[in-house]
Design a protein around this ligand. Structure first.
Ligand code: ATP
Ligand code: MG
Length: 327
């Protein structure tokens, strides 16, 4: 069985975009792969975080994973910072990675321009990601288009280090890009993607929003002055985004959604989208409450740490020995 590894950053409340674009796929993949799922808290601190807020977000994200159907018996679930070998291996890999390779990363260029001052971690983040992947001999890494370049870097590092020491130290990982994964856009500004960290929360549906808030946000979503429910992302980004949301949650194709609502006006269509989102999120919200207040999360993390640290330690020791870091 192929090994798959994936994680989300605990940088805020989880959005409908995260659910449709990432978490739902994880639920599907847990049936097919030896699945490792983690909370990427060490990645989150590349941008400044409030400690109390971060701690809360870590627990919330774990409760969300479970509430969305990620099964503790079908996945190895762990907290990145608890497994000390990730950062240790990352340091060695950093020393084997040319500086120029990191300054070329698109995400670094974007994020370093957005912030006046930023940590060195923002630059070396992709090496930590390579370490997360390579430490488990991961075969598959599900990512959105935005993270593809980082998987490519992990492959370059694996290949270079294997060749340098003339040994199969690391397995070559492949990016796994979901065929039916959709990019969900902001409801107020449908030309930008929906993000946890958006300034205007009215454009973002959070999984734990009340039914009333969901209804309000969707009814006020930006649309156009045309009247037709047609998928046309360039000219009708707002309506196309709502069609995408409806399609993703109903499992109807885009054209089936167009057909279903061909005689509806925008108000009726929006109300139907809102009800579908509410119905989808209701059971998630109920389960979330249950998991968040249970000791299950701690049991799961203890087990995850136990399983992953054994595997990670072996890989760490192997590179350490190979590089001569030994007495
Ligand atoms: P941030 O604003 O902090 O970057 P984010 O909402 O972009 O938060 P990430 O933690 O960066 O979330 O991404 C988690 C996962 O969710 C990734 O796999 C990413 O591809 C996916 N994802 C994020 N936003 C969307 C979206 N709007 N539509 C589809 N998938 C998304
Ligand atoms: Mg993001």
């Amino acid at each position: 069985m192929k090994r798959m590894l994936t994680g989300l950053q605990p940088t805020g409340e989880i959005t409908l975009g995260n659910y449709i674009g990432a978490i739902r796929q994880m639920v599907e993949y847990q049936e097919k792969y030896d699945s490792f799922i983690f909370v990427a808290d060490m990645h989150a601190i590349t941008i400044e975080q409030d400690p109390a807020e971060l701690k809360k977000n870590i627990r919330n994200l774990l409760a969300i994973y479970l509430a969305c159907g990620i099964d503790k018996d079908k996945n190895t679930i762990f907290l990145q910072s608890e497994n000390v070998y990730h950062a240790n291996l990352s340091w060695m890999l950093e020393c084997l990675t040319p500086y120029g390779e990191l300054t070329r990363m698109t995400q670094f260029k974007d994020k370093s321009q957005k912030h006046k001052s930023f940590s060195s971690g923002l630059l070396t983040y992709p090496v930590l990601m390579a370490s997360d992947i390579l430490i488990y001999d991961t075969d598959l890494v599900p990512v959105g288009q935005d993270q593809k370049q980082h998987v490519e870097l992990a492959r370059n590092i694996a290949d270079r280090v294997n060749k340098k020491y003339n040994k199969e130290l690391f397995t070559m990982p492949d990016a796994l890009i979901g065929t039916n994964s959709k990019k969900i856009m902001d409801l107020i500004d449908p030309t930008h993607k929906m993000s946890k960290s958006s300034e205007n929360k009215n454009g973002v549906i959070f999984l734990l929003d009340s039914d009333e808030d969901i209804r309000k946000k969707i009814m006020r979503a930006t649309t156009d002055s045309d009247m037709s429910i047609k998928f046309d992302p360039d000219n009708k980004p707002g309506i196309s985004n709502l069609i995408n949301i409806y399609s993703a949650l109903s499992n109807l194709s885009v054209s089936e959604v167009e057909e279903k609502f061909k005689d509806s006006n925008y108000g009726t269509f929006k109300a139907s989208v809102a009800e579908l989102v509410i119905d989808t999120l209701r059971p998630i919200k109920e389960k979330y409450e249950m998991y968040q207040n249970s000791s299950k999360i701690d049991e799961i993390l203890d087990n995850g740490l136990n399983v992953t640290s054994k595997i990670a330690r072996e890989k760490y020791e192997l590179l350490k020995q190979t590089m001569g870091l030994t007495r």
